[in-house]
Structure formats: C-alpha cells, structure tokens
Design a protein around this ligand. Structure first.
Ligand code: TXA
Ligand code: MG
Length: 355
C-alpha cells in the first residue's frame, strides 16, 4: 500500500503548488484522481503505455474498455486524432470545454493500450479549472476513466475516490463535489449521422440542435440487456454503476409507480430484507422502508443527476440489501440518469401500470 496524498484545492483558482505536485506524479507515470465537471477521473499520461497499463490494473478495468483522453486545448485533438470533420470542429467550438466526448479516428502517436487496440479514440476537454490546470501542468493528454473500481457507481467526491482507491494511487485533488454528477455524453463521430453511444452531461436535445440529425445507439436507451453484434461501444457488456445492494427500477406513470414501489418495499421487508427506496421530493413521503432517500424534485433533473451516484453509495454504507428506485422522465439529463439506473439494476426493471 502506498500513501495516497489528498490535495485540497480551490475549485475556481486551484493552488498551483498543489497542482504541480500532482502533475509531477502524472509525468513520472503515476496515477492521480482529479475532479471534472461530471465525475472524478483517475488520470494517467495517455502517451505512456506503462502508466495506462497501471491505470487498468488499479481500477480492475477490463482491457477491452478504453478510457477517455482529456485535453487542455481543443487543438490537441489534431495530434491525437487523424482528422476532425467540420461537424466535429463545430461541436468542439460549441460544447468544449464541457461534458461531451468525441469518438474520432486515432493518430499514430497514441499507444495501443490507451485505445485498447481500436482504430478510434475518445477525446474530451473538461470544463473544470482543476482538471484543466492538471492537464496543462502535466504537459500531456491525460487518460482518465471515472475514478471508481470497475463496476461501481462513479465517484462524485474525493471521499468516494478514497473509498475505492485509497492506498493504490499517488494522489487525489479534492475540489468538492462534481457539479453535473453523471459522466460526459459519448458521441461517435466516425459514423454519419453521428451516434450517441452513452447519454450524459450534454443532452440529446442540445446536440440535435447543432447537428440536425443525431442518432441514439440502441445501447444508450436500452431497457433490457442487448447483445451487440459488433461492439462499437466497448465496455457495454461489463457490469456498470452497481452498488452492492440489488437495484430494482420501477417505471411508468407516476401514480402507478408509487403504488408499485410501495408494494415491492413491503414484499421485500416481509422477506426480511433491509430495504431502501430511492424516491423524489414529490413522492418520498408516501413510502415506508428501512432507508428512504430523495434524489430531489422530479422537476429538477440536474439536481437528480448530481445526487444519483452519491445516494447509490450511501445505501451501501447503510447496509441495504435491495434498493427500489423510481424511474424519472427521460428528457434532458434524465436520459443519462435512466441509462445509469437501468444499468445499475442489471436491467431489473418493473413496469408499473394503473390497471
Ligand atoms: O465524464 C466522463 O466522461 C468521465 C470524466 C472523468 O471525464 N470519464 C468517464 O470515463 O466516464 P469512462 O472511462 O468511465 O467511460 C468512457 C466511456 C466508456 O463508455 C467507453 O466504452 C467509451 O467511453 N469509449 C472510450 N473509447 C471509445 C472508443 N474508441 N469508441 C467508443 N467508445 C469509447
Ligand atoms: Mg466509468
């Protein structure tokens, strides 16, 4: 076990001496967790194959699921990618820095391990002063998957990072909770029309406005496990976002959802399970369970997104056996929230109907 250094930094104006300590670790091939606007990432020098190999090992990440490469300037894309189409350029202008990851054809300088041998690369420029300062001080693009153990809910605080990775990474830069709370949208620009492989912090609606046509890959909106003939979105077949507790998602019209959640909570409590209910402000008062938590108002999807992963982790800390979660509307950030919840449940989805 090594000692993981916790470096508290200011969100807006990160202290440069602390950022330099972290950057030095990255330059030497070490691993540093850092905040982005979406979730905390676990960073390694993207051009150092040994560092990226360590990254996979420490995260226990399967070797066929490449990380996102984070850049400090949009022009870095031209070094890492073979070409950026006019469409890609206009997305970069509109959405970077921000929660949008573009899949482009990779260039020769990218080590195979960083892209898991694929001919494409995932790139984004985060909208977070700490992340940008770290990338710029390190002087290299930073490969960073979310800083959780593979399969677990993504970390939205430094505490979550330490829970999963304390003693296994060099340092964590702690600038408080991540603002968006779900990961970036992954958009495949190697196909026409562009296709969303993972819904996230940049909504489908906003992308559609800029692109005209944008497709949602079936995986991005799946409400059951799909077999993907050609795995364009690597990693989709692996377990994701799952707390230790079992998760059941209840979807449908709100009044029917409330009744079904009540019924399931009672059923599992009668069986002797410790039951958690993941509700919303409007509904939480209706339930009786061992642990009840609200994601926020159903009318405030950004708040719901911000709270999601933290609450899933809290249920585990409170020793819950099963979490019964209400579905939320799939517009805006709700599409990303439902994608994560459905995956966390392993697609254990109950449809509530009023008859
Ligand atoms: O917001 C985020 O995106 C966070 C922060 C840290 O930036 N990062 C993140 O990374 O969520 P990760 O590694 O947990 O998720 C990366 C996603 C995975 O779904 C992976 O399959 C996909 O990007 N991906 C990476 N390279 C790809 C490629 N060449 N083609 C298609 N999908 C790719
Ligand atoms: Mg992840």
């Amino acid at each position: 076990m090594k000692k993981t250094l916790v470096l508290k930094v200011d969100l807006q104006e990160p202290e440069i001496d602390k950022v330099r300590i972290a950057a030095e670790f990255i330059r030497k091939g070490g691993l540093v967790a850092f905040p982005t606007e979406t979730v905390y990432g676990l960073g390694a020098d993207a051009l150092n194959p040994e560092a990226v190999r360590t990254l996979f090992k420490v995260k226990k990440r399967p070797l066929d699921n490449p990380p996102i490469v984070h850049v400090g300037h949009a022009k870095e894309v031209h070094r890492l990618a073979e070409e950026a189409s006019p469409k890609a350029e206009s997305l970069m202008k509109t959405f970077w820095p921000g929660p949008l990851t573009l899949i482009l054809k990779r260039s020769e300088i990218v080590p195979d391990v960083t892209v898991c041998g694929l001919s494409t690369i995932a790139i984004r420029m985060p909208r977070h002063n700490v992340a940008l300062a770290l990338i710029r001080e390190s002087g290299c693009p930073i490969a960073a998957p979310s800083a959780n153990l593979a399969g677990k809910p993504s970390p939205t605080t430094a505490k979550h990072v330490l829970h999963d990775l304390d003693g296994r990474i060099e340092a964590v830069l702690d600038a408080g909770p991540a603002l968006i709370g779900v990961e970036s949208t992954v958009l495949d620009m190697t196909v026409d029309p562009p296709q969303i492989l993972r819904p996230g912090g940049t909504s489908y609606e906003r992308l559609k406005k800029i692109l005209g046509t944008v497709k949602l890959h079936p995986i991005a909106v799946a409400d059951k496990e799909l077999t993907v003939e050609k795995v364009r979105s690597p990693g989709v077949k692996h377990k994701h976002y799952a707390p230790d507790a079992d998760v059941i998602v209840v979807e449908g019209k709100l009044s029917a959802v409330v009744n079904k959640v009540k019924e399931l909570a009672e059923f599992y409590m009668c069986k002797g399970s410790r039951v958690g209910v993941l509700a919303t402000d409007e509904t939480v008062g209706h339930y009786k369970a061992d642990v009840m938590k609200s994601l926020g108002s159903r009318h405030d999807l950004p708040i719901i997104a911000r709270n999601l992963f933290n609450l899933l982790r809290e249920f585990d800390l409170e020793g819950v056996d099963v979490i019964i979660a209400e579905g939320v509307p799939t517009e805006g950030l709700g599409l990303a929230v439902m994608n994560r919840l459905r995956k966390a449940s392993g697609y254990k989805i109950v449809r509530a109907s009023s008859d």
